[in-house]
Design a protein around this ligand. Structure first.
Ligand code: HEC
Ligand code: HEC
Length: 349
């Protein structure tokens, strides 16, 4: 198989719900609607992948989606705390991983986008990111590029390059970034007794006993490790007081900025914990550098924020339990994450 055919075959395998039923890479994930496997769908995914790496999507031709969602960094950025936008300016928040993004029911730390298609326009039109004055200006630029005009026609027929097809292609690619089948999944769902060490198994007990699973949901059928709700873990409160390194100047009210409801103040979407060993630093502002720091954070019951979720409370774990919890979190890494990174970048033909 030539490289393009191989990549298409892989995308096909990753995009096919039917194939997933037996596919180890899907173990532990909830069932999703099977993606059509016709040639047009594959053309959409392949086009979306190209666009994901395309700096011409930015007004100044500098920044691509992949600049802040680096495939080799599990589609986030492992360096720094927050993402850096146009001209190197620091943004308010950390880039989330895009692995298993299709499992989320809203997008952004504050859930302000309802679909992946809708999400695409935020970075494209943001003044501090890809800086386009309008959706039409991006679409127009792509229409002038012969190879894109052709690829869009192949993927979408007569509609060609439009706002709708641009977002649909990128979202189609993002939906293929599926990475389950971790050692934890093989143990818990695959009943492979030896897939987890006794320390990791003990860590899962600590995870449940500490109430982590109230928000990071694991059930009998599948584990998204998220309730898809917005919760205040007390991070923003600590950050604003300089308890986590440098004091923050810009406030971040989280979900409150979208709903205006007092109970949403400083609440952020519960993230999935899948592949969490690959996605440092942690929390919406990247304020906790390591998983050990996260474990310590929860052990002391987060900050003293009076508005904090009551489920975040002092745990008083022993040193052994902390190590077990950390070992468990590290068992949630899917081998598919490395495959997706390897297959992501355009190769010289
Ligand atoms: C300058 C860096 C930057 C660029 C460029 C960028 N992103 Fe992001 N992305 C982020 C940050 C930071 C967030 C979280 C922002 C927030 O929650 O307010 C995010 C959030 C997301 C989310 C939501 C993830 C989740 O867990 O809810 C998706 C999906 C996404 N980006 C895809 C893209 C796509 C597609 C592009 C290209 C069109 C892109 N991003 C370009 C930094 C970037
Ligand atoms: C009240 C709900 C809740 C409970 C209980 C909870 N978490 Fe979280 N967790 C969250 C939310 C919300 C975030 C994101 C906070 C943010 O972005 O600022 C998070 C973030 C994390 C992260 C960082 C993920 C990332 O990608 O940044 C880890 C790791 C984590 N939690 C592990 C745990 C563990 C281990 C426990 C139990 C000791 C636990 N959580 C208990 C809601 C909860």
């Amino acid at each position: 198989m030539n490289p393009t055919a191989r990549r298409l075959a892989l995308i096909l395998a990753l995009a096919t719900g039917v194939a997933f039923a037996q596919d180890a890479a899907r173990l532990g994930l909830p069932a999703t609607a099977p993606t059509a496997t016709d040639e047009q769908t594959l053309a959409r995914i392949e086009l979306g992948r190209r666009l994901f790496f395309e700096p011409q999507l930015a007004e100044d031709g500098v920044m691509a989606c992949a600049t802040c969602h680096i495939p080799e960094h599990a589609f986030t950025v492992n360096a720094g705390t927050v993402a850096f936008g146009r001209g190197g300016q620091a943004l308010r928040r950390n880039s989330p991983t895009l692995l298993n993004i299709d499992l989320a029911t809203s997008f952004f730390h504050d859930g302000r986008a309802g679909t992946l298609e809708e999400q695409v326009w935020f970075p494209l039109l943001s003044q501090s990111e890809m800086w386009n004055p309008s959706a039409e200006s991006v679409v127009g630029r792509l229409r002038y590029r012969r190879e894109y005009a052709d690829m869009f026609r192949r993927a979408f027929g007569d509609e060609g390059v439009s706002r709708k097809t641009l977002a649909a292609a990128i979202a189609a690619y993002e939906r293929t970034l599926v990475a389950g089948g971790s050692r934890f999944d093989r143990w818990f769902y695959g009943k492979e007794e030896a897939a987890l060490t006794t320390e990791e198994q003990a860590g899962f007990t600590v995870f449940n006993w500490s109430g982590c699973n109230a928000c990071h949901v694991v059930d009998a059928a599948s584990a998204t490790f998220s309730d898809n709700r917005f919760r205040n873990t007390g991070i923003e409160w600590a950050r604003a007081r300089g308890e986590l390194g440098s004091k923050k100047t810009e406030s971040d009210l989280g979900r409150f900025e979208i709903t205006g409801r007092p109970e949403d103040r400083h609440a952020f979407r519960t993230p999935s914990l899948r592949n969490v060993a690959l996605t440092a630093p942690y929390m919406h502002d990247g304020s906790l550098p390591t998983l050990r720091d996260v474990v310590e954070w929860y052990d002391r019951g987060g900050s003293a924020d009076p508005g904090k979720d009551p489920l975040v409370r002092p745990l008083r774990l022993s040193e052994a339990q902390k190590r077990q919890l950390e070992a468990f979190l590290k068992s949630l890494t899917s081998e598919t994450a490395a495959v997706l990174a390897r297959e992501a970048r355009p190769r010289p033909q």
